[in-house]
Write a protein that binds this ligand. Structure first.
Ligand SMILES: [Zn+2]
Length: 243
């Protein structure tokens, strides 16, 4: 049994580097394909779903998205053949997109760690596409030189090559970690027994279900593109990761 009470074992949660694996189709309906094991990130926490393919019987089914209900369903490209239940398939994640999203997602955690540490601001929202992201902060005043200071601190944290570690903790233990739920959008479902933790060691510890690179140097250069004032205490930072 996988997470979220679905029938799919989530291989991506245990190993963000996995790009290919064998699986069996459990079910197919107009909403998509259910596999017994899948490394497709289904979307969530601001990180969009993976793209990729299922290879079977000499043909391929392109996967263009996911749907989450009682099951995790992989959405096939409308022009492609679809395997029936029981079919053995080889799954493969589109590496360029996933790796870009991992670098971008880790970059956002680094940014939120820096802005909290240096300016005490909490995250109120965020979103990402490959190499481009925004994060919203509750920051009443923007001090002079803010954008430059954030950019400098991000560069220093990338250069420091901090380890990024993923682990799971029992719910009660996770709540003992200070600041672990720093975003309003990050509230944990009440029936969750274990909490997945993403730790940029020495900088930022968050409850998080996304995929991340293994160290801050792997994020690459972070450009702080823009600081926008969106109203009372509401600042939006836009960043770009150099491809
Ligand atoms: Zn995250």
């Amino acid at each position: 049994m996988g997470h979220d009470h679905t029938r799919t074992e989530r291989l991506d949660l245990a190993d963000a580097t996995l790009r290919e694996w064998d699986a069996t189709v459990l079910d197919v309906d107009p909403d998509g394909i259910v596999l017994d094991r899948s490394a497709f990130y289904p979307g969530g926490g601001g990180q969009p779903p993976d793209h990729g393919v299922l290879l079977w019987g000499g043909v391929q089914t392109r996967i263009v998205g996911t749907r989450r209900g009682d099951d995790l369903r992989l959405v096939p490209h409308e022009d492609d053949p679809v395997p029936v239940a029981g079919t053995a398939v080889r799954g493969a994640i589109e590496d360029a997109r996933r790796t870009a999203l991992m670098r971008t997602h880790s970059g956002l955690h680094l940014l939120s760690g820096v802005v909290f540490r240096d300016f005490g601001a909490l995250v109120t929202g965020g979103n990402m596409e490959p190499f481009e992201a925004r994060m919203d902060f509750n920051l009443p005043e923007v001090p002079p030189g803010f954008k430059e200071a954030v950019a400098e601190a991000c560069a220093a944290e990338v250069a420091a090559d901090r380890a990024i570690e993923v682990s799971t903790l029992p719910r009660e233990q996770a709540y003992q970690i200070p600041d672990i739920i720093r975003t309003a959008t990050n509230l944990l479902p009440p029936d969750l027994e274990v909490v997945r933790i993403v730790d940029i060691v020495g900088l930022d510890t968050q409850a998080d279900g996304g995929t991340h690179v293994a160290s801050t140097r792997q994020i690459g250069d972070i450009e702080v593109v823009k600081v926008e004032n969106k109203g009372k205490g509401f600042r939006r930072l836009r960043i770009r990761i150099r491809p």
